[in-house]
Design a protein. Structure first.
Length: 286
């Protein structure tokens, strides 16, 4: 029989294209299975997966602590999902999760800025409270103490973080906040390996996640936060394209992708100059 732990580890195997979309495809889904304490809570770019594994069960008289896998995806629309009715996007893994529960289609961020949103995810606070975003002072230690990684670690969880952290914290380096920390930035998406080959950071994150799960101390609940750079464009690319993993090459080759709804140049020409020359224009190809 395949264990729950092995099933989770297999979900991060990237040789199979049908497993890849767990990286790119956030959903607004909530899932609770009676008796298994299986919870999936997702926002526009967030998926929280909480699983109770048999090996981590506490005595019957004690409350059982669920294991948590938190996935954060960068710069993807909430409608870019098969389960959201998108006619082209292939997201079989997320679709399977959504089919087993309730998908929250009205979940929103309050501040659509990368740094501010990441701080809100950690602390559960609005940006007007934690006051952290680009070009501000670091996130306060006082707010950090009520963040989910700190609270879970204090409660006996083995904690890990892989990927893009994106928050500057007062008095701390990111690796000090977790038992296992591996930063991975998107400069560049393809990383040179010791054998001379190149691996996409999405694939590397899958490998690192599998390593984390295999090395969780016996009897300890865990919380693993995976913060993917995908599907953020590569800033060094002159056209701001996103370089996808080679494993999914050709996935959409047989499809005719229509122009975006606002593709008409007349719509752009009608905007004021300040908007034409803003970062939105720089990110046009996203």
């Amino acid at each position: 029989m395949i264990s729950h732990r092995q099933r989770i580890s297999d979900a991060f195997e990237f040789n199979n294209p049908h497993k890849i979309p767990v990286v790119y495809n956030p959903s607004a889904a909530g899932l609770y299975k009676h008796g298994k304490k299986l919870l999936v809570l997702s926002g526009i770019v967030i998926m929280l997966l909480s699983l109770l594994l048999p090996g981590c069960a506490s005595p019957p008289e004690q409350e059982q602590k669920p294991n948590v896998i938190f996935l954060l995806i960068d710069d993807q629309r909430n409608t870019s999902l098969g389960c959201a009715g998108h006619p082209l996007i292939k997201t079989p893994v997320i679709d399977d999760l959504a089919s087993e529960g309730v998908r929250f289609s009205n979940a929103f961020v309050t501040t659509s800025i990368c740094a501010a949103s990441r701080a809100s995810i950690f602390t559960g606070m609005h940006e007007r409270t934690h006051q952290f975003t680009f070009n501000t002072k670091p996130l306060s230690q006082a707010y950090l103490q009520t963040s989910y990684p700190v609270l879970l670690r204090e409660s006996g969880y083995y904690t890990g973080f892989i990927g893009k952290f994106g928050v500057e914290v007062e008095g701390y380096q990111p690796h000090e906040l977790f038992d296992n920390f591996r930063a991975l930035g998107r400069w560049m998406y393809f990383k040179k390996q010791q054998d001379g080959s190149e691996r996409h950071i999405t694939e590397l994150m899958g490998d690192y996640a599998g390593d984390f799960l295999k090395n969780v101390p016996d009897g300890e609940p865990f919380c693993l936060s995976l913060s993917f750079n995908a599907s953020h464009a590569e800033d060094a690319d002159k056209e701001n394209h996103y370089p996808w993993p080679k494993a999914v090459d050709g996935m959409y080759d047989d499809m005719e992708i229509p122009d975006p709804r606002l593709f008409d140049p007349a719509i752009y020409d009608a905007h004021p100059d300040f908007l034409k020359n803003s970062m939105n224009r720089d990110r046009y190809y996203w």
